[in-house]
Design a protein around this ligand. Structure first.
Ligand code: ATP
Ligand code: MG
Length: 583
């Protein structure tokens, strides 16, 4: 299903830009598709739903306009990056339905990249900048450098090292590379203009482009002890890969002038042919009822608030996958929430709604009793059974039927019996005086009338007793002669599959759990996970991990991809049938 559209794309400002560029031939180049985007994660954590939006935007744009999207790891920060994250990120992008292995028509190939593969070129370009007087080695202390940078209201001050000669800068930079200095002793900075330190844009005040870090890198090992900064690496990586539209979130708007400056200088130096890539910013996805900060996600994992990065309560891609959210549902949410230029909040129900909408037409139906109460059909012979059938999917007769037995003892939901009924309650209620008990249809089975109930010494109802009407079976002519108002689900107590079902709900009770300095841990939803012992329709025994169902009345469920075993499934609630959070 890779890179296939799941629904019709709607226009947005990015698509308009790409369309206009296609029409004007702005990026027509020999042997290259006319649109090349990239998704550039840093391999320092697990991806979350915000990244899904970025993946969808970048890969989706390429897909919709016949171009390709690169997966590029921005791995310039040796201390924080690990292979584990690289693997999980690749997994997540593929799972969402995208692939960097592009099939053409032009420029086919496996477009997986690592910024660290460009370290030699990045170094060479840095020497070039020094040679043309556009970079210098600064030897101020970190504190002096910070103080001299000024702030939004005060211009910065030039470093006393700013006017070093080209020769001295080159020698120092080469010695930095050769490992002659300690971390932080020197730094390479860009010199954009003579008065750059008073630029109103802080990012233009001699931004750092290389720093010393004696650290082991997950790919280059100990080859390097200087590492390029993100703002320097990113535009160059884009240009080396012939990216046409470099799409990022709004917070990078102020970085764009440096992006443009750097690529202009380097194309003058003959490193790149024009047109060079252009950066476009869009509003990040902010969803209510979750947190996406890498630091806070890590904190929840490390403090055991959740069970690992793939806990189904987390908005990580791994968590959403385990929860049972579908890639198509997540793509639909990404499409629906659109691409805009101003930040805003999207209600979490948009994601849940998209997942529901995707699942409804395709999830096979099944019966599960989550809060079981015994039902005894007193006039049904012990040891016998009657086969009942129901459609696999109400709107897809081609999917056929499922069968399950009706027996003397059944499980029904606790809430389907009331000793003293409230007004408008149409499920089982006991006889009172000469009033008979309520008649209810056991869905896909028979009509039954309540004849009594059992209680334990604590007054808890332990069983409901009924008599059934043999000629009332669903699908037979006799069925219509019984008019009942209640219709409830059930499973045979003898045949049911006993299974663990995990009822997941939102992790937080507060819309914006970490906004405005609030401590997100105060808003954890105690009902975000409830584990119940449930009785399931026997056919669910063979559910495969990641197989999804609609359990009638209860919502959509998935066989857990980690805990579920053939013959012994564990189900997760993906989402309820209706939004119970709507205000
Ligand atoms: P960090 O603070 O570690 O940089 P990050 O969330 O930006 O965290 P990256 O790995 O750099 O992580 O992100 C990869 C890409 O995903 C970036 O282009 C980033 O802009 C984008 N991205 C991250 N969060 C969101 C979001 N909520 N909505 C849209 N795009 C996002
Ligand atoms: Mg980032």
């Amino acid at each position: 299903m890779s890179n296939e559209k799941t629904h019709a794309p709607a226009p947005n400002f990015l698509r308009n830009i790409v369309e206009a560029d296609l029409a004007s031939g702005a990026h027509t180049r020999q042997g290259l598709p006319p649109v090349i985007t990239r998704f550039p994660p840093e391999p320092n954590g697990y991806l979350h739903v915000g990244h899904a939006k970025s993946i969808y935007t970048n890969f989706g744009l390429a897909r919709d306009f016949g171009g390709r999207c690169h997966l590029r790891f921005d791995d310039t920060n040796p201390e924080k990056e690990e292979q584990e994250y690289v693997d999980s990120i690749m997994d997540s992008v593929r799972w969402l339905g995208f692939d960097w292995d592009y099939k053409g028509p032009v420029g086919a190939g496996n477009h997986l990249y690592f910024a660290s593969d460009y370290f030699d070129k990045l170094y060479e370009m840095a020497e070039y900048l020094i040679k043309v007087g556009k970079a210098y080695v600064d030897s101020q202390s970190a504190a002096d450098m910070a103080a001299n940078r000024g702030n939004f209201t005060t211009p910065g001050t030039n470093s006393p090292f700013r006017n070093r000669s080209v020769e001295e800068n080159l020698q120092l930079f080469r010695d930095m590379k050769a490992g002659k200095y300690k971390d932080g002793e020197h730094i390479l900075r860009a010199k954009i203009s003579e008065d750059a330190m008073s630029s109103p844009n802080m990012n233009m005040r001699d931004p750092a482009i290389y720093r010393i870090r004696h650290a082991h890198h997950h790919r280059t090992g100990d080859n390097w002890c200087i590492y390029p900064m993100y703002d320097y690496t990113h535009p160059i990586s884009d240009a080396l890969e012939n990216i046409t539209h470099s799409i990022c979130t709004l917070e990078f708007q102020d970085h764009r002038p440096f992006y443009d400056w750097l690529l202009e200088v380097l194309s003058e130096g003959g490193f790149f042919a024009k047109p060079v890539p252009h950066q476009y910013e869009f509003a990040r996805l902010n969803l209510t009822y979750i947190v996406t900060s890498k630091r806070k996600l890590r904190q929840m994992v490390e403090e055991g608030i959740v069970d690992g990065w793939d806990d189904p309560r987390l908005p990580t891609m791994a968590g959403m996958r385990r929860r049972g959210f579908t890639p198509e549902g997540i793509q639909l949410m990404c499409e629906r929430t659109g691409v805009t230029k101003s930040d805003g909040w999207i209600d979490y129900s948009v994601l849940e709604g998209a997942v529901r909408e995707d699942l409804d037409p395709k999830a096979p139906r099944a019966i599960a009793v989550l809060r079981p109460l015994k039902l005894i059909v007193e006039n049904f012979p012990e040891g016998q059974s009657v086969e009942c059938t129901s459609p696999v999917h109400p709107h897809h007769p081609e999917l056929g039927h499922r069968t399950f037995p009706f027996t003397r003892e059944l499980w029904i939901e606790e809430e389907d019996f009331m000793e003293v009924p409230t007004k408008g309650y149409f499920r089982f209620t006991p006889p009172v005086g000469d009033q008979p008990g309520a008649r209810v249809r056991l869905k896909y089975g028979f009509v039954a009338e309540c004849t009594g109930y059992d209680k334990d010494e604590n007054g808890k109802v332990t069983a409901v007793r009924v008599k059934y009407f043999e000629d009332s079976k669903s699908g037979t002519p006799g069925a219509d002669t019984y008019k009942v108002k209640g219709n409830i689900t059930w499973v045979s107590a003898e045949a049911a599959l006993e299974a663990e079902v995990r009822l997941y709900d939102r992790l937080f009770t507060e819309e914006k759990p970490d906004a405005g300095g609030k401590d997100f841990k105060e808003f954890l939803n105690p009902k975000a996970l409830e584990i119940v012992k449930a009785y399931l329709e026997p056919g669910l025994k063979n559910a495969l991990p990641e197989q999804r169902f609609q359990f009638e009345r209860h919502g959509y469920f998935v066989a857990d991809r980690v805990l579920s075993q053939p013959g012994k499934p564990v189900f997760n609630r993906i989402v309820t049938l209706k939004d119970s959070w709507a205000k």
